[in-house]
Design a binder for this molecule. Structure first.
Ligand code: SAM
Length: 221
């Protein structure tokens, strides 16, 4: 059995009771970054687990052995933050488990995309999640055109280094859109910057530096 265990995206109090119970019950923890996950386990006094790394750079090497192991024992998949396999390693392991008839059980919890959307004030009836886009203007424009055509709110994982460039692109090409920059969700410096692209870029430019993790949301209605 493979449990997909969501972990907090900042605030450790967002760890679910079921997530803690599941981590305690499994002997194997498959982690994107074992030393990062160790802090989480220490915080919740979870000890004595076998940890195996499952990250982008070693997925192909470890997947076969892991799947064989999961036929005999229960394992938990965790990523550094949020829901594993959502813009994080995991999808290939889940796909392989499904193929080989190993039960896959989600243990839901934090996810940056839906956390940002829920408090954005933008329409939530239809949304399109792009995760990380390739770092080019045409890719951003292509994604936003698709969202506009679909009448959906676009959700993009963005970096603090690129956010000004991305919002400038939106200002030039979609001046009537509504933009929300959701930064450092659930953390001490949580911030939502909302408005039309010009208003948002003005607020971003007024900052001396932009740090932390960002979800960019764009609506066209
Ligand atoms: N699996 C995670 C999830 O369920 O949200 C996403 C992991 S992805 C590697 C990391 C990206 O998610 C960050 O670059 C940022 O765009 C977004 N993110 C994660 N935590 C965040 C936070 N606390 N505030 C804002 N964005 C966050």
């Amino acid at each position: 059995m493979l449990y997909i265990v969501a972990t907090p995206i900042g605030n450790l109090s967002d760890m679910t009771l079921r997530g803690i119970e599941t981590l305690k019950a499994c002997s194997l923890i498959i982690a994107e970054n074992p030393s990062h996950t160790k802090h989480l386990l220490d915080h919740f006094s979870i000890t004595g687990k076998k940890m195996v790394q499952f990250a982008e750079h070693n997925e192909a090497i470890v997947i076969e052995k892991l799947v064989a192991e999961l036929k005999n024992i229960d394992g938990c998949l965790v990523s550094d933050a949020g829901t594993p396999s959502i813009s994080d390693p995991g999808f290939r392991l889940v796909r392989e488990c499904v193929k080989q008839n190993i039960f896959v059980v989600p243990i839901p919890g934090a996810n940056a995309a839906t956390t940002a959307l829920s408090a954005s004030g933008l329409p939530t009836d239809r949304y399109i999640f792009f995760g990380f886009l390739q770092k080019t203007e045409p890719k951003l424009l292509e994604a936003l055109s698709l969202a506009q055509k679909s009448e959906a709110t676009a959700i993009i994982y963005e970096s603090p280094q690129r956010i000004i460039k991305s919002v400038s692109t939106i200002t030039k090409n979609f001046p009537n859109a509504q933009v929300v920059v959701a930064r450092e969700l659930t953390k001490l410096h949580e911030e939502f910057i909302r408005g039309n692209p010009t208003e948002v870029i003005t607020q971003l430019m007024a900052k001396t530096s932009i740090k932390g993790e960002i979800v960019l949301l764009v609506s066209f209605k």
